[in-house]
Design a protein around this ligand. Structure first.
Ligand code: URA
Length: 483
């Protein structure tokens, strides 16, 4: 029996190097005793870490899905994770499709570990609460957060926090290591930390914010308990408000119902209810577009969510080179949950198709992700979002851009233009031109297809449509130049 002792802090390279060496030496899974360093005395690490026998065999190969699985499973705290992965590595040499066999005991166990790690990571994104500990410079502030993860996820999650909180200095300390960002460097340590004694003025802010966004009519106790397990409460400044808010929810809902003269139309309530009952998507890895979509689905950053059926998030390839940005979902998009599927979308599809642009290559999204409208009889009449709503929603648009990294962005209409540029450009001044914007990207500005649909004068409509076609041809040429 060969014993190998790993630090086991969720680093693929550490396990992979050992596994490669053992595999190359033909050492079978049940001939290795994998241990974790924290459970061992340092001495035994020195004494027992046995180098494998000389390399004699062809290197083993694995499908990319195994690497992804291993990266996640290695973050788990189960000491059996190393041997489980090594056994899978061997078995994959005989059966390349093994990972698809959900009923296989090893596969099922690995998948469950990966799921637990992803869940833990998701909780970290939701429950880390930064506390201010002073300013570094006049315009740069410094924060610390304490979090208690179940698994070794600090390294895995640090880049997420770097992206999210890039303009402040922060330190996240946990019993399983720490991560810090100073605006230039992301540093990580595996040293366990102790809980710092921290409170700050933002605690009160959190509590006020939480109490104000708590919507008693939307309270779903079971879902809330599942999403926000009690073990996280002790580190959440708002946690002690929760029992009181829950207790008063019923009477608040009754009071709301009593003063509902401005309520949404009854048919719309049913749509909202149906959208809420769509089964939750499986949890996506944090820092991905899918995870962002799931977060945006419960967005309450501005009041537009109250009347809309659902969030209409962007769609398209996660690495699309071109992003089209519209204004906000319309009536049909609000019901379908997808952007540009109504009349404006059909016009857009037609014109881009004529210009030789394949919609499936585009990431299509909106400046604002909820439908803003005015009920009129049974109809819902589009209302333009105001600058405050655009600014709130820019949060999602910026994150979409950060993840998709498009080289070319097409702003359709004044709202998209305002969301994408801080400068006050008038659309007609820059329409039909490509301009360089932040992040080495190109912005192309054109009109919104709904504008064309609304033009009452047929001659003007024909002229404007021709210009819109010209714009799409220019975009097609820009796309060809990009690659
Ligand atoms: N108008 C938009 O701006 N976006 C849509 O998704 C539909 C219509």
């Amino acid at each position: 029996m060969r014993r190998v002792v790993l630090a086991g802090r969720g680093e693929l390279a550490e396990w992979r190097d050992a596994a490669r060496a053992f595999a190359a030496a033909g050492i079978l899974p049940d001939e290795i005793d994998w241990r974790e360093k924290s459970a061992e005395a340092d001495l035994s690490f020195q004494r027992d870490a046995m180098p494998p026998a000389p390399v004699t065999r062809r290197p083993m190969t694995v499908p990319p899905a195994f690497i992804e699985l291993a990266e996640t499973v290695l973050c788990h705290t189960d000491p059996a994770r190393f041997s489980l992965l090594y056994r899978l590595l061997w078995r994959l040499q005989l059966d390349r499709q093994l990972l698809e066999v959900a009923s296989d005991e090893d596969v099922a166990r690995a998948r469950l570990m990966a799921k637990n790690v992803r869940r833990d990571a998701h909780k970290m994104t939701a429950f880390v609460r930064f506390k201010e500990v002073g300013a570094v410079t006049a315009d740069r502030r410094k924060f610390i957060a304490w979090f208690e993860p179940d698994h070794h996820i600090v390294r895995r999650m640090a880049p997420f926090f770097q992206r999210r909180f890039t303009d402040m200095d922060w330190l996240i300390v946990t019993p399983k290591g720490s991560a810090a960002w100073d605006g230039e460097r992301l540093t990580m340590s595996d040293e366990p930390c102790e809980k710092p004694n921290l409170t700050d003025v933002t605690d009160e802010l959190w509590r006020t914010y939480y109490a104000s966004i708590f919507n008693p009519a939307r309270l779903k106790l079971k879902a809330m308990q599942a999403e926000m397990p009690k073990k996280y409460w002790k580190n959440l400044p708002e946690a002690d408000l929760i029992p009181g808010l829950i207790a008063s929810a019923e009477s608040k809902v009754r009071a709301m119902a009593a003063r509902e003269s401005t309520q949404a139309m009854p048919f719309h309530e049913r749509l909202q209810e149906a959208a809420r009952s769509v089964p939750a998507e499986p949890e996506a890895p944090a820092g991905t577009l899918e995870a962002l979509r799931a977060e945006a689905a419960v967005c309450t950053r501005c009041p537009l969510y109250e009347k809309a059926t659902q969030t209409v998030f962007g769609e398209g390839p996660p690495d699309a080179e071109v992003m089209f940005v519209g204004e906000q979902p319309g009536d049909q998009e609000d019901i379908a949950g997808r952007p540009f599927v109504g009349p404006a979308g059909r016009l857009l599809d037609q014109v881009i198709g004529e210009a030789g642009i394949d919609r499936s290559r585009l990431y299509v999204t909106n400046a604002v992700k909820h439908f803003k409208y005015e009920p009129r009889g049974k109809r819902r009449i589009h209302q333009r979002p105001n600058m405050g709503e655009v600014k709130h929603c820019r949060w999602w648009l910026n994150l979409e851009m950060e993840l998709v990294k498009p080289k070319l962005i097409v702003a359709m209409g004044a709202t998209a233009l305002a969301a994408l540029t801080d400068a006050k450009h008038r659309l007609q001044d820059i329409r039909g031109e490509a301009m360089a914007i932040e992040g080495g990207r190109t912005l192309f500005v054109t009109v919104h297809p709904s504008y064309l649909l609304r033009l009452p004068d047929e001659r003007l409509k024909a002229e404007e449509l021709a210009r819109f076609r010209q714009d799409m041809l220019k975009i097609q040429r820009l796309m060809a130049a990009i690659g």
